[in-house]
Write a protein that binds this ligand. Sequence first.
Ligand code: PHE
Length: 381
Amino acid sequence: MSAPNKSYDPVEVEALKPERIDAARDDALAAFAAAESLDALREAKIAHTGDRSPLALANREIGALPPHAKADAGRRVGQARGAVGKALAARQAELEAERDERVLVEEAVDVTLPYGRRPAGARHPLTTLSERVEDIFVAMGYEVAEGPEAEADWFNFDALNIGPDHPTRTTHDTFFIADGGDPGREGRTPGDEAGLVLRTHTSPVQIRTMLTRRPPLYVICPGRVYRTDELDATHTPVFNQVELLAVDEGLTMADLKGTLDHMVQELFGSGLTTRLRPNYFPFTEPSAEMDMVCFRCRGASVGDPDHPCRTCSSEGWIELGGCGVVNPRVLVACGIDPDRYSGFAFGFGLERLLMFRHNIVDMRDMIEGDVRFTRPFGMEI
Ligand code: PHE
């Protein structure tokens, strides 16, 4: 800085010359306008408004001027610095707005994109239905019993009075795992487990229960069973059954009928009844096929071609499963006195039940394991 000088003329001081100040201002404005980024603007700011900038240096010269010259020079430098400060603030605001806009675009999140969360599964409707049936019987005092899927042929057939020549004991019906030799040989016993099959029904679980427990027995046996059917819309070689067995003193067909009515009403609604049609099973005598009144049309579609019912094919009845009074020979095979005890049994397939309950037309949908089939059934607690 120059020393105070009475004869000092600001116009003579190089840094305070009007054209120098105008040029410094214009340089600054041009530099701000040319700054394409906030970083570049920061550099320009230091160069044109910092301590060593031409205008700051000029400002410092003012102090050395004689009093009469100070005001004039101060105004000129002040106006230039004011214009530079304003231009800087304006460019700063402009570049910040640009940056904010760019960030909004670049960092935008597309909330419609699929996200990487592990998809949730769903309970299979067969599981839910099986538990529902179990609950109905557990509420009546039944116990749930389970057994092996690879079963000794004695349990699957012999104990159930299915003789050695019965057609079901061939590869036409049954998957054999280990050949037990001649099933007709004398004196086959429960311990004689050499013959192994994939169980064709859950009735062997009832045999296992009767062999290990004494009456009164009230059991429900849900589980997977196997038959050599081709997979198509209405057949599957693996399916699920629920069978029930009651053995007690004085049980009759009437008890069976009342139990079935109750089950059907719990599953499909009050007021629905069942009917029994004569049939044959080796392990029950008498045996019957059990039908329930169609829960959708309640029989109204019969003989009314204008209002056909898809659920029962306008038959009015839906076939549910087989049942009967336990054959005394089965009780004897399990060491239960048939003169003192009697029993009833019932068995049905869950897939079929699920199909007409929910209008499912293709059984394969149930076994393919596609969660899109399963999800709409929701949850039941
Ligand atoms: N076990 C028979 C079947 O699988 C069903 C049944 C069970 C029939 C109990 C009568 C009594 O076909």
